[in-house]
Design a protein around this ligand. Structure first.
Ligand SMILES: [Zn+2]
Length: 489
């Protein structure tokens, strides 16, 4: 629908739940570790037994404040926990402790980049809440029960609510990517969407261009990957446009995205907004944040992605593109910096990280933190290429060998006899052999077919198994052929 695309404006707002990676839960001492046997990390508090009281985990507030600072939000001196009442099998208390009218923070924004253009996406609020458990529905159809795992009950979350500032699924994707990047940089959330550490719901509507009021919005849930978010939103936008184009009306609904089928299903149609009967949580005090507390958190903030990119460009004099690729992930940035501290050709270092290192990581499905080649090992290899112990192309082979064996470059080069041949006497001998073996090509070359120069270089490299120093080969070969040219005239 090319016409509809330009006729309508897309409005997207995202609500993101991020699990905070504190060691213990938000209101009790139970472990938050992922993947433990079902119901092995529970206690009377997170199971909602009568007569127990929640005690707030201070670190949860520390982490939430870090995020608020990172997006430039205002942190309120006082915020209030509220009960959100609803019944669900994985919510043993029958309510979730969240924040409602008085959240931890409001305001702020996140800078995103799409198609080379930057844009700020506003943040409405960030509040603290507890996670619910997990219902496990057996896959077999004839089993008519559902199991519940309460391990996740009481795992701390922050909910980050954006303004309806995104105008395309691509912007939503970029926003989510940036949000994850910040969370990971802050080391407060793993950002792992597949494991549910980051979850996203979207509010979507379309309106005619130029129209002031928003169209009726729908909510899309159950998007379990970054790409899934982009696909689900594209699907929903198209669906809404088609309804309007055919004279219908979009109904306020909640839809569940089905990743496998690539379609969404209606979960419920809202007659009116949900009534959660929020009220202030009587078991918890007002959360009061002193200036000292705030200042100590502000002082503990690490360098964030945007700042790091700018510094990389400044400090290492590498292109903005390189800096943003390297800083995409904090640990890659750390790797590059360690490399750059011992190997001073910064651009070459960035080429190698973005090229060879990334290729090996992708092939071996490794993350940079598990990569067997340390920056020190890579620096040794690069220095051996620079001082011409080996050629650049052999260097790439050695690197692959380093990855598969875990050995140092110098060990591999010695073992395999890969040292570059720079001895001009040896190279001269090889050149003479090549020329002697190819009289026809030599004749053609001397008669003006200069393109054949590359052929001779290639033959010499072949005879030396790629070990001959290419600059030397070029130089000596040129001299030799020039001499032959003169003598043949
Ligand atoms: Zn517990």
């Amino acid at each position: 629908m090319a016409t509809a695309d330009s006729k309508y404006e897309i409005i997207i707002g995202l609500e993101v739940h991020a699990q905070l990676n504190t060691e213990s839960k938000i209101f009790c001492g139970c472990s938050t570790e992922y993947g433990a046997p079902p119901n092995s990390q529970v206690c009377p508090i997170c199971l909602g037994m009568p007569g127990v009281l929640p005690v707030l985990n201070k670190r949860v507030v520390d982490y939430a404040m870090k995020m608020a600072f990172a997006v430039g939000a205002e942190i309120h001196r006082h915020s209030i926990f509220a009960r959100k009442n609803y019944f669900y099998p994985d919510l043993p208390k029958g309510y979730q402790i969240s924040q409602y009218e008085f959240p931890l923070s409001e305001g702020g924004s996140i800078k995103i980049e799409t198609d080379g253009r930057t844009k700020k996406i506003g943040i409405t609020r960030i509040h603290i809440e507890e996670d619910a458990g997990k219902s496990i529905h057996p896959e077999e159809r004839d089993i008519d029960y559902t199991l519940v795992d309460f391990n996740r009950c009481g795992v701390p979350l922050i909910e980050i609510v954006s303004k309806p500032d995104m105008r395309s699924p691509q912007e939503a994707y970029a926003y989510l990517t940036k949000l994850k990047q910040i969370l990971v940089y802050l080391e407060i959330c793993t950002g792992d969407m597949e494991k549910g550490a980051l979850r996203c719901d979207a509010n979507v509507s379309v309106r005619l261009r130029g129209q002031k009021e928003f169209g009726v919005k729908t909510e899309v849930k159950n998007m379990n990957s970054f790409k899934g978010v982009e696909k689900a939103l594209s699907y929903e936008i198209k669906r809404q446009m088609e309804i309007i184009e055919s004279g219908g009306k979009v109904v306020q609904q909640t839809l569940l995205w089905d990743e496998h089928a690539g379609v969404s299903h209606i979960m419920r149609t809202k007659e009116e907004s949900d009534d959660y009967r929020y009220f202030p949580e009587p078991d918890l005090m007002v959360l009061a944040i002193t200036d000292d507390w705030k200042n100590s958190i502000r002082a503990s903030l690490p360098e964030l992605p945007d700042e790091k990119i700018e510094r990389f460009v400044r400090q290492y004099n590498i292109p903005h593109y390189d800096a943003s690729v390297l800083c995409n992930d904090k640990y890659t940035a750390d790797y590059y910096e360690r490399l750059a501290s011992i190997y001073m050709d910064y651009k070459k270092a960035s080429n190698w990280v973005m090229g060879e290192v990334f290729r090996e990581l992708k092939e071996k499905r490794l993350s940079i933190t598990d990569f067997p080649i340390t920056p020190e090992m890579l620096a040794e290899l690069l220095k051996m290429i620079d001082n011409k112990t080996i050629s650049g192309s052999i260097g790439k082979e050695v690197f692959a060998e380093m990855v598969s064996t875990g050995n140092k470059a110098s060990v591999i080069i010695k073992e395999k006899g890969l040292e570059q041949i720079s001895d001009s006497g040896l190279i001269k001998k090889e050149i003479e052999a090549v020329i002697g073996e190819n009289p026809d090509n030599l004749k053609k070359y001397l008669n003006g077919k200069e393109k054949l120069f590359g052929f001779f270089v290639g033959q010499v490299m072949k005879r030396t198994k790629g070990k001959a120093n290419p600059q030397e080969v070029n130089k000596i070969l040129k001299d030799k052929l020039d001499a032959l040219k003169v003598s043949s005239k």
